[in-house]
Design a protein around this ligand. Structure first.
Ligand code: M6R
Length: 594
């Protein structure tokens, strides 16, 4: 969702624009920058893409520092007025903000009574006006910012300019914010990826901290005084903008095998396994897995793996439901929260509730410096490397692989069976990306189709859910998922000659049942695409429209081999339709608001 950058150094506008472009993947609908040059703060804003913003910028002499923002509208429509930066009435304070100010209406009301007026529908503008309000009685800028932060409730990462100061102030609560300093240049960002090509290490701003930076200074403060921090090494993995692929999505799909290698290397090390094995987990009687979207689908699959390997109750929940369900958890519950970004608002809220109720929490995250990773009792990295495309691909495969390892480690801990990496090594050795020409053929067909179904039983149902989500979000096709056994209980009525039904049939114990369901749909005119890992008698499949066969692994990691073809098919369907698979309409990479 929204993104923040700040920069102290020459060529400020160019650097800010370049960094905002690096944040584009998070999703946005307007953008803006504010640059101090020629003794004043110059603000430029535009609705839509960053290239619209670029057209508004006039050349500035002696630009020294500035802040920028990509906005994903929450309070007020996506237009130029609501775009950040926002400015106080006296033009002295200029701010960009990520997060949500929960008490902004109250503040607006209070300040209006005191004679202040507002020009936008945003919660952010109230912060700019509050800074102005507090500066009427206090001189010191840090004190003004501190008082402002004491007044606002909610989540915020703020980068702030003041007309009288030659640097950037910042503040943080619950929304991520990072700073890197290289010589006299400083970069502030809500995403560490902005430091790519700029610095090798950075500082993490923590909740409740405020600070100031310019060419010579970098200071962090909390309510106890100045905070001394150690820098953190940047880990950009295989992130590289200048790649040979046309889109991040396909690049990231093709990074899956390497991600599995990283996982094997990481979890083969005893010290990393011990982060789980040596935890006190006595008395855990049930496991709840929580996530959103793709992460939830990984959790669905995970719940099956855990129940099978540990023999205890394990249920997967969508985080936005879990948080309002008064979940039955206590100190006998392990809550596993899955999130690629570690910043998803609903998942963070689910974590908070789990902690309040006394559960042990374990975060399965890709972004290791994220809020979720930092706040959970146990943080388990999935080692996928930076994922930029909105459609999650290699992260899903990595989540499944690490869930499998986690289940094995918990089995060693609870039951005593020594964990070994053999199944994961087999997955790596057997892994291939399949017959790309076949996948392209299917994408050629799907591009003209606006309705399809994906069905399966057991673990295949979880794959169907995820495959369907990939098709939906990248290609805008109405793809619905059902348990294969539910066919006759309703949705058979929707099937006609124009309907494509993808039948996932990689679960041996229900294979014949699933094939029967395929026949039932076929008999009503559906075009059946059978997806299997078994060598089936030709007579069983000759009536089907298309058959995709993948390797048979013989364990739950089959799910990793099963999803990759569908990620590739979704990608090519999207490209055929002329869409940008990296940035599906209306979606954002990290859903940081409810
Ligand atoms: O960062 P998270 O894993 O918490 O994100 C959860 C979902 O928003 C995410 O998986 C979303 O469904 C993706 N766009 C799916 O491709």
């Amino acid at each position: 969702m929204c993104g923040i950058v700040g920069y102290v150094g020459k060529d400020t506008e160019r650097v800010l624009i370049e960094k905002l472009k690096q944040l584009e993947y998070r999703g946005y609908d307007s953008a803006g920058i504010a640059v101090k040059a020629e003794q004043k703060i110059n603000v430029f804003k535009a609705k839509g893409e960053i290239k619209n913003l670029e057209k508004t910028i006039v050349p500035l002499k002696d630009a020294q520092f500035g802040i920028g923002h990509t906005r994903w509208a929450t309070h007020g429509k996506p237009d130029e007025i609501n775009a950040h930066p926002h400015v106080s009435s006296d033009d002295k304070w200029v701010i960009v903000h990520n997060g949500i100010i929960e008490n902004y209406l109250e503040i607006k009301d209070e300040l209006t009574k005191k004679g202040m007026s507002f020009y936008s529908e945003t919660d952010t503008e109230t912060v700019a006006k509050l800074l102005e309000f507090h500066s009427r009685k206090v001189e010191d800028k840090m004190e003004i910012i501190s008082e402002t932060c004491d007044t606002i409730k909610g989540s915020y990462a703020l980068a702030i300019l003041n007309k009288e100061t030659n640097g950037i102030y910042f503040a943080k609560n619950k929304s991520p914010l990072f700073i890197a300093k290289k010589g006299e240049n400083v970069m502030i960002a809500s995403d560490v990826i902005c430091f790519y090509g700029f610095a090798d290490e950075y500082y993490s701003v923590e909740d409740g901290e405020i600070g100031y930076t310019d060419a010579n200074t970098l200071v962090f403060k909390n309510k106890f005084g100045e905070v001394v921090k150690n820098p953190i090494k940047c880990d950009f993995g295989n992130y590289n903008n200048a790649n040979t692929y046309k889109h991040f999505m396909i690049k990231e799909i093709y990074e899956t095998k390497n991600a599995i290698k990283n996982i094997i290397e990481y979890y083969s090390q005893e010290e990393n396994r011990n982060k789980i094995l040596l935890r006190k987990l006595d008395g855990i009687k049930r496991i709840k897995i929580v996530g959103c979207g793709t992460a939830y689908h990984a959790g669905l699959m995970g719940s099956k793996i855990f129940e099978e390997k540990l023999g205890i109750e394990c249920t997967a929940y969508v985080a936005s439901e879990f948080r309002y369900q008064d979940p039955k958890i206590g100190d006998d519950t392990l809550v596993i929260l899955i999130s690629q970004s570690g910043e998803t608002a609903d998942t963070l809220a689910a974590h908070e509730i789990s902690k309040q109720k006394g559960a042990v929490t374990l975060a399965l995250v890709n972004v290791e410096y994220s809020a979720l990773a930092k706040s959970a009792d146990i943080s388990v990295p999935i080692k996928a490397g930076v994922e930029v495309a909105v459609a999650s691909t290699k992260a899903y495969s990595s989540q499944l692989t690490v869930l499998y390892i986690l289940a094995g480690l918990l089995r060693e801990k609870f039951i005593g069976d020594k964990f070994n990496m053999a199944d994961v090594e087999k997955l790596y050795n057997e892994f291939d990306y399949g017959n790309i020409n076949n996948f392209k053929l299917l994408a050629d067909v799907f591009q003209y189709n606006d309705k399809m179904f994906m069905i399966g039983r057991g673990a295949d149902y979880c794959t169907a859910q995820e495959a369907s989500l990939k098709i939906k979000e990248t290609s805008y096709i109405n793809s619905d998922t059902y348990y294969a056994g539910e066919l006759k209980h309703g949705f058979l009525a929707l099937i006609d000659e124009k309907t494509y039904v993808v039948v996932f049939a990689t679960e041996k114990n229900v294979l014949s049942k699933t094939l029967c369901n395929a026949e039932e749909a076929k008999a009503r005119g559906a075009k059946i695409i059978l997806f299997t890992c078994f060598d089936l008698e030709p007579s069983l499949t000759e009536n089907f429209y298309f058959v995709i066969k993948v390797k048979e692994l013989g364990n739950a990691l089959q799910a990793v081999l099963n999803i990759v073809p569908w990620q590739i098919i979704a990608y090519y369907t999207s490209v055929n339709k002329g869409y940008n698979p990296d940035k599906p309409r209306n979606l954002a990479k990290s859903v940081t608001v409810e």
